[in-house]
Design a protein around this ligand. Structure first.
Ligand code: 4AD
Ligand code: MG
Length: 529
């Protein structure tokens, strides 16, 4: 008897739970599962349109966007008026029937039977009109809600997920390096110092040295954490705080390291292509370039790369220097054409008796042309700098941002540049056994002008050479004794690399600047929001 009641109550509970669940945990991305059914969604008003007896609300809930139709014929006056008063970014929950409509974003709309406003929003500062970048950065906490920023963050999330999948599937062990450190990994010029119980600690520039110790314990490891560099210049590539993925592998040399980098990047980019189609479409990314990721990555020695930058060697018949000169000419012709068209349309608007519609049409064209003009003028300022830097590049130097731009504009896949002059690279890189002028470092440069996304290489195993390098770089020996122990106790060949997450997001999304690739960028001159 009691047994029966017990089972009956369990069934009732499951039933009740499923109703409750249906009512409160539904998301726009799943609308296709509920066609013809009544559901409840909650989120924010991304847009609103009124017409007689109808309010069209564009609801966004973080998983997608959908149109909700509120009708005075269905809802009572109080509810209908509440819907009518909804402002941009007000929060509300809405119940209604899911109806298929190919014309709508997402392919479905919700015909409301009930609506509850959670909070009316004050006038939202980010409106439809164009805002300058400083304004948007000051409002980053709100800007993140825009569709484009949403898409970029979803792509970033997918990249992070694929990074973990790739390494975990290959049985790398994720281990974490400390953020407070007592030594510099990547030179002393850009360290952030902080007080550590009366001593000086630095915020980690890289987890690598600890990664090497962990690889000697575990074989293959990766770290994935925030890293810090005081970069006192405003470039489109530099952040003060960025996330780095650093695998480190015992018994790898520079060549197996390059194989791993190539497989790794291919996997991550392929996953974004297959899993983030909507997001790539929202940001208008040309996928055909990303799809080239299946092609082998060209591997160039430093010497070969320098010849290309200086225009002494072509890539597929294209010369770095002359192609830039041509582009500069084309850009200035285009600038003149656009300026003339803007003037022409401005004159048209002034003609007496012109129709209102025609003014609007021309004004919209003028706004678009001005935007294009801005971009072209920036190009015409940049190209001479790139040219100057390429023409005057001195053999033996590290590549600067301009040099990376010059060479990577010629490629449609990432390239690997290896065997760098040891004098310009980090102290820990292994000397090339075939030519001691070089170190076995490798940089991966993203195509389309983006530049360095990965830095890595094979590590020096010779204690004497390492000690000499530490002295040469004026690093405090006592802080590196533990690191030298890794060579004293069972030293093995090993290698690794560091991928800057934001640099990768920036290239994959083809962003003009790294600041849009991270939720709250930290860079020179910015600490808020
Ligand atoms: O080339 P880097 O300095 O190499 C290292 O830190 C090595 N210890 C990595 C290793 O071998 N384990 O930095 C690695 C990557 C760069 O290629 C770039 O993608 C990114 O980190 N990076 C930055 N990203 C944004 N802002 C900055 N200021 C960056 N500095 C480096
Ligand atoms: Mg580097």
């Amino acid at each position: 008897m009691y047994g029966y009641a017990f089972y009956a109550s369990i069934i009732i509970c499951i039933f009740a739970a499923s109703i409750t669940k249906q009512k409160y945990k539904m998301y726009i991305k799943d609308l296709s599962l509920y066609e013809g059914k009544e559901i409840t969604l909650q989120g924010w008003a991304a847009n609103k349109r009124d017409s007689k007896g109808l309010v069209f609300l564009y609801l966004r809930d973080g998983t997608g966007m959908c149109q909700c139709v509120v009708s005075a014929e269905v809802l009572n006056e109080e509810k209908f008026n509440a819907a009518k008063k909804i402002t941009l970014e007000s929060s509300f929950s809405i119940t209604g029937k899911v109806v298929k409509d190919e014309k709508q974003i997402g392919g479905f709309e919700v015909q409301a039977t009930d609506i509850n406003v959670i909070a009316y929003a004050e006038e939202f500062p980010i409106a439809k009109k164009e805002h300058g970048i400083d304004f948007l950065m000051d409002h980053r906490h709100l800007w993140l809600r825009s569709q484009r920023q949403w898409a970029i963050m979803k792509i970033r999330n997918r990249i992070i997920f694929s990074i973990h999948q790739f390494f975990q599937e290959q049985e790398f062990v994720q281990m974490d390096a400390p953020i407070f450190t007592g030594n510099a990994c990547e030179g002393t010029s850009n360290l952030f110092e902080t007080d550590y119980y009366g001593d000086t600690a630095y915020l980690s520039q890289s987890g690598q040295l600890y990664g090497e110790a962990m690889a000697m314990a575990m074989g293959k490891i990766y770290t994935f954490g925030p890293t810090f560099r005081a970069e006192k210049s405003k470039t489109r590539r530099h952040l003060s705080e960025f996330w780095m993925i650093e695998p480190e592998m015992a018994f790898y040399d520079i060549f197996s390291n390059m194989d791993l980098i190539e497989n790794f990047l291919r996997r991550v980019v392929s996953d974004v292509l297959s899993e983030c189609k909507t997001e790539l479409e929202i940001i208008g990314r040309d996928n055909s370039i990303l799809a080239n990721i299946v092609k082998p990555f060209p591997r160039l020695t430093y010497d070969e790369a320098v010849k290309i930058i200086k225009g002494e060697q072509d890539v597929n018949g294209v010369n770095a220097i002359t192609s830039l000169e041509d582009e500069l000419k084309k850009t200035s012709t285009k600038i003149d054409e656009i300026k003339a068209e803007i003037l022409d349309r401005e004159e048209k608007i002034k003609v007496p008796g012109i129709k209102k519609g025609e003014i609007g049409f021309n004004q919209a064209k003028i706004d678009k042309l001005k935007q294009e003009l801005n971009d072209l003028e920036e190009q015409s300022r940049n190209i001479p700098q790139w040219l100057n830097s390429a023409r005057n590049f001195e053999y033996g130097n590290d590549f600067g941002g301009s040099d990376e731009t010059v060479i990577t504009r010629l490629f449609d896949v990432p390239i690997m540049v290896y065997n760098w002059p040891h004098a310009v690279k980090a102290f820990y890189l292994k000397r090339d056994p075939e030519n001691s002028k070089f170190a076995r470092g490798v940089d991966v440069l993203a195509p389309e002008g983006y530049g360095e996304i990965v830095g890595g290489g094979e590590r020096e195993t010779d204690v004497e050479l390492l000690t000499a390098k530490i002295i040469e770089h004026k690093l405090p020996m006592e802080a590196f004794e533990w690191y030298l122990d890794l060579r004293r106790f069972g030293s093995v060949p090993h290698a690794g690399f560091g991928l800057g997450l934001e640099r990768l997001v920036t290239w994959i999304c083809k962003l003009p600047h790294v600041r849009e690739s991270i939720p709250f960028p930290r860079m020179y001159g910015r600490l808020l929001p």
